[in-house]
Ligand binder design. Structure first.
Ligand code: G6P
Length: 474
Protein backbone atom coordinates (compact mmCIF):
# COMPACT_ATOMS: atom_id res chain seq x y z
CA UNK A 1 0.00 0.00 0.00
CA UNK A 2 1.11 3.49 -0.62
CA UNK A 3 2.19 5.85 2.09
CA UNK A 4 4.68 8.15 3.55
CA UNK A 5 8.33 7.37 3.37
CA UNK A 6 8.94 7.88 7.09
CA UNK A 7 8.30 6.11 10.37
CA UNK A 8 5.44 6.47 12.82
CA UNK A 9 4.73 3.84 15.41
CA UNK A 10 2.08 5.01 17.81
CA UNK A 11 -1.55 4.44 16.92
CA UNK A 12 -4.35 6.89 17.49
CA UNK A 13 -7.50 4.95 18.24
CA UNK A 14 -9.57 8.11 18.77
CA UNK A 15 -10.06 9.22 15.23
CA UNK A 16 -11.15 6.03 13.54
CA UNK A 17 -14.54 4.44 12.99
CA UNK A 18 -15.64 1.29 14.82
CA UNK A 19 -17.28 -1.21 12.49
CA UNK A 20 -20.28 -3.22 13.67
CA UNK A 21 -18.69 -6.41 12.37
CA UNK A 22 -15.12 -7.73 12.63
CA UNK A 23 -12.84 -6.28 9.98
CA UNK A 24 -10.29 -8.41 8.16
CA UNK A 25 -7.75 -6.56 6.04
CA UNK A 26 -5.94 -8.35 3.23
CA UNK A 27 -3.04 -6.66 1.51
CA UNK A 28 0.10 -7.83 -0.23
CA UNK A 29 2.14 -6.60 2.71
CA UNK A 30 1.49 -7.06 6.42
CA UNK A 31 1.65 -3.78 8.35
CA UNK A 32 4.76 -5.03 10.19
CA UNK A 33 8.30 -5.88 9.18
CA UNK A 34 11.21 -7.50 11.00
CA UNK A 35 13.72 -4.98 12.34
CA UNK A 36 17.47 -5.56 12.77
CA UNK A 37 16.87 -7.06 16.24
CA UNK A 38 14.53 -9.66 14.74
CA UNK A 39 11.42 -8.01 16.21
CA UNK A 40 8.23 -7.13 14.36
CA UNK A 41 7.89 -3.38 13.98
CA UNK A 42 4.87 -1.47 12.68
CA UNK A 43 5.43 -0.20 9.16
CA UNK A 44 5.35 3.50 8.31
CA UNK A 45 2.47 5.29 6.70
CA UNK A 46 -0.86 6.91 7.47
CA UNK A 47 -2.83 4.08 5.94
CA UNK A 48 -1.54 1.53 8.41
CA UNK A 49 -2.17 4.01 11.22
CA UNK A 50 -5.73 4.51 10.02
CA UNK A 51 -6.61 0.86 9.60
CA UNK A 52 -4.91 -0.83 12.58
CA UNK A 53 -7.15 0.72 15.26
CA UNK A 54 -10.28 -0.33 13.37
CA UNK A 55 -9.03 -3.89 13.14
CA UNK A 56 -8.09 -3.81 16.84
CA UNK A 57 -11.44 -2.54 18.01
CA UNK A 58 -13.43 -4.90 15.85
CA UNK A 59 -11.28 -7.89 16.93
CA UNK A 60 -10.46 -8.56 13.31
CA UNK A 61 -7.20 -9.59 11.68
CA UNK A 62 -4.73 -8.70 8.93
CA UNK A 63 -3.68 -11.16 6.22
CA UNK A 64 -0.57 -10.44 4.15
CA UNK A 65 3.00 -11.21 3.15
CA UNK A 66 5.99 -10.55 5.42
CA UNK A 67 7.99 -9.17 2.48
CA UNK A 68 10.48 -12.04 2.71
CA UNK A 69 10.61 -15.08 0.46
CA UNK A 70 10.07 -18.48 2.06
CA UNK A 71 9.31 -16.97 5.45
CA UNK A 72 7.84 -19.57 7.76
CA UNK A 73 6.43 -16.97 10.18
CA UNK A 74 3.40 -18.17 12.09
CA UNK A 75 0.59 -15.96 13.40
CA UNK A 76 2.06 -12.69 14.64
CA UNK A 77 0.44 -11.03 17.65
CA UNK A 78 1.36 -7.39 17.64
CA UNK A 79 -0.34 -3.98 17.88
CA UNK A 80 -3.20 -5.82 19.61
CA UNK A 81 -4.24 -7.75 16.53
CA UNK A 82 -3.62 -11.08 14.85
CA UNK A 83 -1.58 -10.97 11.68
CA UNK A 84 -1.66 -13.98 9.39
CA UNK A 85 1.37 -14.28 7.12
CA UNK A 86 0.77 -15.77 3.68
CA UNK A 87 3.94 -17.64 2.66
CA UNK A 88 5.45 -16.75 -0.70
CA UNK A 89 8.34 -18.74 -2.17
CA UNK A 90 11.42 -17.20 -3.82
CA UNK A 91 10.10 -18.28 -7.23
CA UNK A 92 6.69 -16.74 -6.50
CA UNK A 93 8.32 -13.55 -5.31
CA UNK A 94 9.91 -13.30 -8.75
CA UNK A 95 6.82 -14.29 -10.71
CA UNK A 96 3.86 -13.01 -8.67
CA UNK A 97 5.36 -9.88 -7.04
CA UNK A 98 8.22 -8.70 -9.25
CA UNK A 99 6.70 -10.27 -12.36
CA UNK A 100 2.94 -10.10 -12.72
CA UNK A 101 2.22 -7.40 -10.13
CA UNK A 102 5.12 -5.08 -10.88
CA UNK A 103 6.25 -5.89 -14.41
CA UNK A 104 2.83 -6.53 -15.98
CA UNK A 105 0.06 -4.76 -14.07
CA UNK A 106 2.03 -1.80 -12.69
CA UNK A 107 3.22 -0.40 -16.06
CA UNK A 108 -0.08 -1.23 -17.79
CA UNK A 109 -2.16 0.49 -15.11
CA UNK A 110 0.12 3.53 -15.27
CA UNK A 111 -0.73 4.49 -18.84
CA UNK A 112 1.59 1.79 -20.23
CA UNK A 113 4.47 4.25 -19.98
CA UNK A 114 6.75 1.22 -20.00
CA UNK A 115 6.02 -1.94 -21.88
CA UNK A 116 4.41 -4.70 -19.83
CA UNK A 117 5.80 -8.17 -19.79
CA UNK A 118 3.03 -10.72 -20.45
CA UNK A 119 4.22 -14.10 -19.21
CA UNK A 120 1.99 -17.13 -18.63
CA UNK A 121 4.14 -18.48 -15.79
CA UNK A 122 3.95 -15.14 -13.98
CA UNK A 123 0.18 -15.21 -14.39
CA UNK A 124 0.01 -18.75 -12.96
CA UNK A 125 1.97 -17.64 -9.91
CA UNK A 126 -0.40 -14.66 -9.51
CA UNK A 127 -3.39 -17.04 -9.57
CA UNK A 128 -1.73 -19.40 -7.06
CA UNK A 129 -0.85 -16.62 -4.60
CA UNK A 130 -4.31 -15.03 -4.90
CA UNK A 131 -5.86 -18.44 -4.18
CA UNK A 132 -3.62 -18.83 -1.11
CA UNK A 133 -4.76 -15.45 0.18
CA UNK A 134 -8.42 -16.37 -0.41
CA UNK A 135 -8.08 -19.69 1.44
CA UNK A 136 -6.31 -18.03 4.34
CA UNK A 137 -8.95 -15.33 4.65
CA UNK A 138 -11.75 -17.90 4.36
CA UNK A 139 -10.17 -19.92 7.18
CA UNK A 140 -9.72 -17.08 9.63
CA UNK A 141 -12.49 -14.54 8.96
CA UNK A 142 -15.10 -14.51 11.76
CA UNK A 143 -18.73 -15.13 10.71
CA UNK A 144 -20.26 -12.15 8.86
CA UNK A 145 -16.95 -10.28 8.87
CA UNK A 146 -16.14 -7.36 6.61
CA UNK A 147 -13.18 -8.25 4.42
CA UNK A 148 -11.33 -5.31 2.88
CA UNK A 149 -8.83 -6.34 0.20
CA UNK A 150 -6.22 -3.87 -1.02
CA UNK A 151 -4.61 -3.15 -4.34
CA UNK A 152 -3.66 -4.63 -7.69
CA UNK A 153 -1.76 -7.59 -6.26
CA UNK A 154 -5.00 -9.26 -5.14
CA UNK A 155 -7.59 -8.70 -7.87
CA UNK A 156 -8.68 -12.34 -8.06
CA UNK A 157 -9.26 -12.69 -4.32
CA UNK A 158 -12.81 -11.22 -4.21
CA UNK A 159 -14.37 -13.94 -6.43
CA UNK A 160 -12.17 -16.70 -4.97
CA UNK A 161 -13.23 -15.73 -1.45
CA UNK A 162 -16.90 -15.42 -2.37
CA UNK A 163 -16.83 -19.00 -3.69
CA UNK A 164 -15.77 -20.15 -0.21
CA UNK A 165 -17.56 -17.75 2.13
CA UNK A 166 -20.97 -16.35 1.23
CA UNK A 167 -21.50 -14.81 4.69
CA UNK A 168 -18.77 -12.14 4.51
CA UNK A 169 -19.01 -8.71 2.86
CA UNK A 170 -16.12 -8.17 0.48
CA UNK A 171 -14.57 -4.81 -0.45
CA UNK A 172 -11.57 -4.08 -2.66
CA UNK A 173 -9.73 -0.79 -3.05
CA UNK A 174 -7.30 0.05 -5.83
CA UNK A 175 -4.51 2.34 -4.64
CA UNK A 176 -3.23 2.88 -8.17
CA UNK A 177 -4.97 4.08 -11.35
CA UNK A 178 -7.37 1.76 -13.19
CA UNK A 179 -6.58 2.13 -16.90
CA UNK A 180 -8.93 2.94 -19.77
CA UNK A 181 -10.35 -0.03 -21.68
CA UNK A 182 -8.09 0.40 -24.69
CA UNK A 183 -5.06 -0.23 -22.45
CA UNK A 184 -6.66 -2.74 -20.10
CA UNK A 185 -7.75 -4.97 -22.97
CA UNK A 186 -4.11 -5.63 -23.88
CA UNK A 187 -3.98 -7.91 -20.85
CA UNK A 188 -4.32 -11.52 -22.00
CA UNK A 189 -6.09 -12.34 -18.69
CA UNK A 190 -8.40 -9.31 -18.75
CA UNK A 191 -11.61 -11.32 -18.40
CA UNK A 192 -10.30 -13.28 -15.43
CA UNK A 193 -9.30 -10.06 -13.67
CA UNK A 194 -12.68 -8.40 -14.23
CA UNK A 195 -14.53 -11.50 -13.01
CA UNK A 196 -12.22 -11.73 -10.02
CA UNK A 197 -13.03 -8.15 -9.01
CA UNK A 198 -16.76 -8.54 -9.59
CA UNK A 199 -16.78 -11.10 -6.76
CA UNK A 200 -16.69 -8.09 -4.37
CA UNK A 201 -19.63 -6.15 -2.93
CA UNK A 202 -17.78 -2.83 -3.10
CA UNK A 203 -15.03 -1.79 -5.51
CA UNK A 204 -13.22 1.43 -4.64
CA UNK A 205 -11.03 3.62 -6.86
CA UNK A 206 -9.04 6.77 -6.20
CA UNK A 207 -10.74 8.81 -8.89
CA UNK A 208 -14.08 8.92 -10.63
CA UNK A 209 -12.39 8.13 -13.93
CA UNK A 210 -10.86 4.92 -12.51
CA UNK A 211 -14.35 3.78 -11.48
CA UNK A 212 -15.69 4.73 -14.94
CA UNK A 213 -12.84 2.84 -16.62
CA UNK A 214 -13.66 -0.25 -14.60
CA UNK A 215 -17.38 -0.05 -15.42
CA UNK A 216 -16.61 0.32 -19.14
CA UNK A 217 -14.27 -2.70 -19.04
CA UNK A 218 -16.79 -4.81 -17.09
CA UNK A 219 -19.49 -3.92 -19.58
CA UNK A 220 -17.38 -4.64 -22.64
CA UNK A 221 -15.64 -7.79 -21.42
CA UNK A 222 -18.21 -9.67 -19.33
CA UNK A 223 -21.44 -7.84 -20.18
CA UNK A 224 -21.96 -6.39 -16.69
CA UNK A 225 -24.70 -3.75 -16.74
CA UNK A 226 -24.84 -0.44 -14.91
CA UNK A 227 -28.20 -0.56 -13.15
CA UNK A 228 -27.88 2.72 -11.28
CA UNK A 229 -25.28 5.34 -10.40
CA UNK A 230 -22.33 3.43 -8.89
CA UNK A 231 -24.15 0.12 -9.21
CA UNK A 232 -23.18 -2.65 -11.60
CA UNK A 233 -25.05 -5.93 -12.00
CA UNK A 234 -23.18 -9.11 -12.83
CA UNK A 235 -24.19 -12.72 -12.41
CA UNK A 236 -27.40 -11.75 -10.60
CA UNK A 237 -25.61 -9.59 -7.97
CA UNK A 238 -25.14 -5.86 -7.59
CA UNK A 239 -21.65 -4.48 -7.01
CA UNK A 240 -21.07 -0.92 -5.78
CA UNK A 241 -18.36 0.80 -7.83
CA UNK A 242 -17.25 4.18 -6.51
CA UNK A 243 -14.38 6.59 -5.94
CA UNK A 244 -12.85 7.12 -2.51
CA UNK A 245 -9.82 9.44 -2.76
CA UNK A 246 -7.31 8.49 -0.06
CA UNK A 247 -5.57 11.02 2.17
CA UNK A 248 -3.05 11.26 5.00
CA UNK A 249 -3.28 11.77 8.75
CA UNK A 250 -3.36 15.55 8.46
CA UNK A 251 -3.49 16.28 12.22
CA UNK A 252 -0.51 14.05 12.88
CA UNK A 253 1.53 15.77 10.18
CA UNK A 254 0.63 19.20 11.46
CA UNK A 255 1.63 18.19 14.95
CA UNK A 256 4.92 16.67 13.85
CA UNK A 257 5.69 19.74 11.72
CA UNK A 258 5.13 22.22 14.55
CA UNK A 259 7.43 23.26 17.34
CA UNK A 260 10.87 24.65 17.94
CA UNK A 261 12.89 21.52 17.31
CA UNK A 262 11.47 21.24 13.79
CA UNK A 263 12.12 24.93 13.09
CA UNK A 264 15.71 24.46 14.24
CA UNK A 265 16.22 21.38 12.10
CA UNK A 266 14.69 23.18 9.11
CA UNK A 267 17.10 26.08 9.60
CA UNK A 268 20.02 23.66 9.91
CA UNK A 269 19.07 22.01 6.63
CA UNK A 270 19.02 25.40 4.88
CA UNK A 271 22.47 26.20 6.26
CA UNK A 272 23.88 22.85 5.20
CA UNK A 273 22.59 23.43 1.70
CA UNK A 274 24.54 26.71 1.58
CA UNK A 275 21.67 29.05 2.47
CA UNK A 276 20.25 29.24 -1.03
CA UNK A 277 17.41 31.63 -1.83
CA UNK A 278 15.16 28.83 -3.02
CA UNK A 279 15.24 25.11 -2.25
CA UNK A 280 13.43 22.95 -4.80
CA UNK A 281 12.45 19.54 -3.48
CA UNK A 282 11.45 16.15 -4.89
CA UNK A 283 10.51 13.16 -2.70
CA UNK A 284 9.53 9.95 -4.45
CA UNK A 285 9.93 6.21 -4.50
CA UNK A 286 12.51 5.61 -7.22
CA UNK A 287 9.87 4.59 -9.75
CA UNK A 288 9.72 5.38 -13.47
CA UNK A 289 6.11 6.53 -13.07
CA UNK A 290 7.30 9.45 -10.93
CA UNK A 291 9.02 11.32 -13.74
CA UNK A 292 12.14 12.07 -11.67
CA UNK A 293 14.42 12.17 -14.71
CA UNK A 294 12.18 14.60 -16.61
CA UNK A 295 12.05 16.87 -13.56
CA UNK A 296 15.84 16.86 -13.09
CA UNK A 297 16.31 17.56 -16.79
CA UNK A 298 13.97 20.55 -16.52
CA UNK A 299 16.07 21.85 -13.63
CA UNK A 300 19.23 21.28 -15.69
CA UNK A 301 17.81 23.15 -18.71
CA UNK A 302 16.92 26.11 -16.51
CA UNK A 303 20.46 26.22 -15.16
CA UNK A 304 21.91 25.90 -18.66
CA UNK A 305 19.81 28.77 -19.94
CA UNK A 306 20.56 30.94 -16.91
CA UNK A 307 16.91 31.21 -15.87
CA UNK A 308 17.96 29.57 -12.59
CA UNK A 309 21.22 30.30 -10.85
CA UNK A 310 23.24 27.57 -9.10
CA UNK A 311 24.30 30.05 -6.42
CA UNK A 312 20.71 30.90 -5.53
CA UNK A 313 18.71 27.80 -6.42
CA UNK A 314 19.42 24.24 -5.26
CA UNK A 315 17.50 21.06 -5.64
CA UNK A 316 17.13 18.18 -3.19
CA UNK A 317 15.90 14.89 -4.61
CA UNK A 318 15.08 12.02 -2.27
CA UNK A 319 14.60 8.77 -4.19
CA UNK A 320 13.49 5.98 -1.87
CA UNK A 321 14.81 2.54 -2.95
CA UNK A 322 12.02 0.27 -4.18
CA UNK A 323 11.53 -3.00 -6.17
CA UNK A 324 15.23 -3.25 -6.82
CA UNK A 325 14.90 -6.76 -8.23
CA UNK A 326 12.95 -5.48 -11.27
CA UNK A 327 15.08 -4.55 -14.31
CA UNK A 328 13.04 -1.44 -15.20
CA UNK A 329 13.75 -0.03 -11.74
CA UNK A 330 17.47 -0.74 -12.08
CA UNK A 331 17.50 1.07 -15.43
CA UNK A 332 15.60 4.00 -13.99
CA UNK A 333 18.10 4.33 -11.17
CA UNK A 334 21.06 4.30 -13.56
CA UNK A 335 19.41 6.97 -15.69
CA UNK A 336 18.57 9.27 -12.78
CA UNK A 337 22.04 8.97 -11.30
CA UNK A 338 23.58 9.77 -14.66
CA UNK A 339 21.46 12.91 -14.99
CA UNK A 340 22.36 14.03 -11.45
CA UNK A 341 26.04 13.48 -12.26
CA UNK A 342 25.82 15.42 -15.53
CA UNK A 343 24.06 18.41 -14.02
CA UNK A 344 26.32 18.58 -10.97
CA UNK A 345 29.33 18.10 -13.22
CA UNK A 346 28.49 21.27 -15.10
CA UNK A 347 26.88 23.49 -12.45
CA UNK A 348 28.22 22.53 -9.01
CA UNK A 349 31.00 24.43 -7.25
CA UNK A 350 33.45 22.72 -4.89
CA UNK A 351 31.53 21.79 -1.76
CA UNK A 352 28.23 22.94 -3.27
CA UNK A 353 26.36 20.43 -5.42
CA UNK A 354 23.41 21.96 -7.19
CA UNK A 355 21.41 18.74 -6.88
CA UNK A 356 21.57 16.93 -3.54
CA UNK A 357 20.50 13.41 -4.34
CA UNK A 358 19.80 10.70 -1.73
CA UNK A 359 18.90 7.16 -2.70
CA UNK A 360 17.71 6.43 0.83
CA UNK A 361 14.59 6.05 2.87
CA UNK A 362 14.37 8.96 5.30
CA UNK A 363 12.64 8.63 8.66
CA UNK A 364 9.64 10.91 9.10
CA UNK A 365 11.59 12.98 11.64
CA UNK A 366 14.00 14.00 8.88
CA UNK A 367 11.47 14.17 6.09
CA UNK A 368 9.21 16.70 7.79
CA UNK A 369 11.88 19.41 8.31
CA UNK A 370 12.91 18.78 4.70
CA UNK A 371 9.34 19.45 3.59
CA UNK A 372 9.44 22.61 5.70
CA UNK A 373 12.73 23.65 4.11
CA UNK A 374 11.38 23.00 0.59
CA UNK A 375 10.29 26.34 -0.88
CA UNK A 376 9.11 24.70 -4.08
CA UNK A 377 7.94 21.09 -4.06
CA UNK A 378 8.00 19.29 -7.39
CA UNK A 379 5.53 16.39 -7.54
CA UNK A 380 5.52 15.62 -11.23
CA UNK A 381 4.69 11.96 -12.00
CA UNK A 382 3.61 10.83 -15.46
CA UNK A 383 0.76 8.98 -13.78
CA UNK A 384 -0.09 8.43 -10.11
CA UNK A 385 -3.20 7.00 -8.44
CA UNK A 386 -3.18 9.74 -5.78
CA UNK A 387 0.31 10.86 -4.57
CA UNK A 388 0.37 11.35 -0.85
CA UNK A 389 3.69 13.21 -0.87
CA UNK A 390 1.84 16.23 -2.31
CA UNK A 391 -0.59 16.13 0.61
CA UNK A 392 2.22 15.59 3.13
CA UNK A 393 4.07 18.66 1.85
CA UNK A 394 0.96 20.80 2.24
CA UNK A 395 0.18 19.41 5.72
CA UNK A 396 3.77 19.99 6.86
CA UNK A 397 3.62 23.67 5.82
CA UNK A 398 2.10 24.88 9.06
CA UNK A 399 3.93 28.16 8.29
CA UNK A 400 1.39 28.72 5.48
CA UNK A 401 4.16 29.16 2.92
CA UNK A 402 5.59 27.07 0.09
CA UNK A 403 4.67 26.36 -3.52
CA UNK A 404 3.50 23.01 -4.86
CA UNK A 405 4.09 22.16 -8.52
CA UNK A 406 1.82 19.20 -9.24
CA UNK A 407 1.40 16.97 -12.25
CA UNK A 408 -2.04 16.96 -13.85
CA UNK A 409 -1.68 13.20 -14.01
CA UNK A 410 -1.99 12.60 -10.26
CA UNK A 411 -5.18 11.86 -8.34
CA UNK A 412 -4.17 14.64 -5.94
CA UNK A 413 -4.63 17.21 -8.74
CA UNK A 414 -8.42 16.71 -8.42
CA UNK A 415 -8.29 18.13 -4.89
CA UNK A 416 -5.26 20.45 -4.88
CA UNK A 417 -6.49 22.89 -7.48
CA UNK A 418 -4.39 25.70 -6.04
CA UNK A 419 -1.14 23.96 -6.83
CA UNK A 420 0.63 25.00 -10.03
CA UNK A 421 -0.58 22.21 -12.29
CA UNK A 422 1.79 21.00 -14.97
CA UNK A 423 2.03 18.50 -17.81
CA UNK A 424 5.47 16.93 -17.26
CA UNK A 425 5.61 15.81 -20.91
CA UNK A 426 5.49 19.41 -22.11
CA UNK A 427 9.08 20.59 -21.62
CA UNK A 428 8.49 24.19 -22.52
CA UNK A 429 5.59 24.71 -20.10
CA UNK A 430 7.30 22.58 -17.45
CA UNK A 431 10.27 24.99 -17.45
CA UNK A 432 8.00 28.05 -17.29
CA UNK A 433 5.99 26.62 -14.39
CA UNK A 434 9.15 25.90 -12.38
CA UNK A 435 10.37 29.46 -12.93
CA UNK A 436 6.94 30.79 -12.00
CA UNK A 437 7.01 28.74 -8.79
CA UNK A 438 10.51 29.93 -7.89
CA UNK A 439 9.60 33.56 -8.49
CA UNK A 440 6.13 33.52 -6.99
CA UNK A 441 5.52 36.43 -4.62
CA UNK A 442 4.37 35.62 -1.10
CA UNK A 443 1.11 37.49 -1.80
CA UNK A 444 0.25 34.72 -4.23
CA UNK A 445 2.00 31.86 -2.41
CA UNK A 446 0.21 32.23 0.90
CA UNK A 447 -3.41 32.25 -0.32
CA UNK A 448 -2.67 29.28 -2.55
CA UNK A 449 -1.16 27.34 0.34
CA UNK A 450 -4.05 28.30 2.59
CA UNK A 451 -6.57 27.00 0.04
CA UNK A 452 -4.64 23.73 -0.34
CA UNK A 453 -4.44 23.30 3.44
CA UNK A 454 -8.19 23.76 3.67
CA UNK A 455 -8.71 21.19 0.93
CA UNK A 456 -6.75 18.47 2.73
CA UNK A 457 -8.03 19.30 6.21
CA UNK A 458 -11.55 18.50 5.05
CA UNK A 459 -10.58 14.95 4.07
CA UNK A 460 -8.11 12.96 6.16
CA UNK A 461 -7.31 9.25 6.04
CA UNK A 462 -9.73 8.30 8.84
CA UNK A 463 -12.58 9.88 6.90
CA UNK A 464 -11.45 7.96 3.84
CA UNK A 465 -11.54 4.66 5.77
CA UNK A 466 -14.92 5.55 7.23
CA UNK A 467 -16.47 6.43 3.88
CA UNK A 468 -15.39 3.10 2.38
CA UNK A 469 -16.50 1.09 5.40
CA UNK A 470 -19.88 2.84 5.51
CA UNK A 471 -20.63 1.48 2.07
CA UNK A 472 -19.16 -1.94 2.86
CA UNK A 473 -20.97 -2.35 6.17
CA UNK A 474 -24.53 -2.27 4.85
C1 G6P B 1 2.30 1.60 -4.28
C2 G6P B 1 1.28 0.49 -4.17
C3 G6P B 1 1.37 -0.21 -2.83
C4 G6P B 1 2.81 -0.60 -2.53
C5 G6P B 1 3.72 0.60 -2.60
C6 G6P B 1 5.18 0.25 -2.34
O1 G6P B 1 1.95 2.68 -3.51
O2 G6P B 1 -0.04 0.98 -4.35
O3 G6P B 1 0.54 -1.34 -2.79
O4 G6P B 1 2.90 -1.22 -1.26
O5 G6P B 1 3.59 1.16 -3.89
O6 G6P B 1 5.60 -0.76 -3.21
P1 G6P B 1 6.10 -2.20 -2.73
O7 G6P B 1 6.23 -2.96 -3.99
O8 G6P B 1 7.39 -1.96 -2.02
O9 G6P B 1 5.06 -2.78 -1.79
Amino acid sequence: MPGAVGTVNDIDAQSTPTPKRPLVIAANRLPVALNDDGEWETSPGGLVRALLPIVQESEGAWVGWTGQADSAADIIHTDGIEMHPVPISADEMERYYEGFANDTLWPLYHDAIKESNFDGDDWNAYVAVNERFAVRIANIAPANALVWIHDYHLQLVPAMLRAQRSDVRIGWFNHIPFPPLELFQRLPWRTEIIKGLLGADVLGFQRERGARNFIAAAHQLVDATEVDDNLVNFDGRNVHVGNFPISIDVDEFELLASGRAIRQRTAQIRTRLGDPEVILLGVDRLDYTKGIGARLRAFGRLLDSGRLDPERHVMVQIATPTRQGVELYQEERREIEQIVGEINGVHARLGFPVIHYLHQMLPLGELIPLYRAGDVMLVTPFRDGMNLVAKEYVAAHVDGDGVLVLSEFTGAADELEDALLVNPHDEHTFDDVIVRAVEMHRHERRPRMEAMRKAIESANVSMWARSFMDVLDT
